[in-house]
Each structure stands twice: as structure tokens, then as C-alpha cells.
Design a protein around this ligand. Structure first.
Ligand SMILES: [Cu+2]
Length: 123
């Protein structure tokens, strides 16, 4: 009997891991708010990024405000490799990141360990 329980728990754990890594998760998307000559968007950092995909308008300076509510040190840095940005995210402190939107395209950001990702679309 206990062998059966171990087997079932084992299978459930494997399924959970497969879902965690390969499952199609719901992705929160956001469009920056445009005001005169600036577009802004707030991104909540808690177990990942919300929204995780952000669309920006080309040519309008963008300011992304990240606020980390997650206690894990995994998310305590925000890195935009394409823009040479690497900033610390102290817990519960909004950190602004300015993005140059002159070049349209798709860019990514990540946590300091490259484990959590977000996507930036400039168009
Ligand atoms: Cu990390």
C-alpha cells in the first residue's frame, strides 16, 4: 500500500515539474500608458513579472517601474541585456527603468540569474 502511495506521489511530482517547465502558462500582457511625451507602465515582481509581456510605442521615451514584492533574492535584480541595464530591486521599493524606444523589435528582460523572463515589444 505505501509503495502505491509513493508511486502516485512520485508521478504527481513529475507531472507538476513537467507542467512547471513546459506547460503553457497564462501570460499577463500589458500596454504602456502614453501621456504626451512619455509612456509608463508598472510591473509587479512577485514569483515572476506581471505583466510579463509589455508593448511599447516606438519613439516615445518609456519608463518601466518595477516593484518587487517577492522576498526571494532570485528576483532582486532586473537585467535588460539589449539595453545594458542591470539594476537592483530592493523589496517594496519602486525602481524605474528607462527604455530607449527608438529601435522597434522584441527584447527580453530577466532576473539576475536569468531564470525569470519578461518580453518587451517596441512597435
Ligand atoms: Cu533569478
Amino acid at each position: 500500500m505505501s509503495q502505491l502511495i509513493v508511486l502516485v506521489v512520485g508521478i504527481l511530482a513529475i507531472l507538476f515539474i513537467i507542467w512547471w517547465f513546459f506547460g503553457k502558462h497564462q501570460v499577463a500582457t500589458g500596454v504602456a500608458e502614453v501621456a504626451s511625451n512619455e509612456q509608463t507602465i508598472a510591473i509587479n515582481v512577485s514569483g515572476g513579472y506581471s505583466p510579463e509581456e509589455v508593448t511599447l510605442k516606438k519613439g516615445i521615451p518609456a519608463v518601466l517601474t518595477f516593484t518587487r514584492q517577492d522576498p526571494s533574492s532570485c528576483l532582486d535584480h532586473i537585467v535588460f541585456p539589449d539595453f545594458g541595464i542591470n539594476k537592483a530591486l530592493p523589496k517594496n521599493e519602486p525602481v524605474t527603468v528607462k527604455i530607449d524606444t527608438t529601435k522597434p523589435g522584441e527584447y527580453t528582460w530577466a532576473c539576475g540569474m536569468d531564470m525569470f523572463h519578461g518580453k518587451l515589444t517596441i512597435k
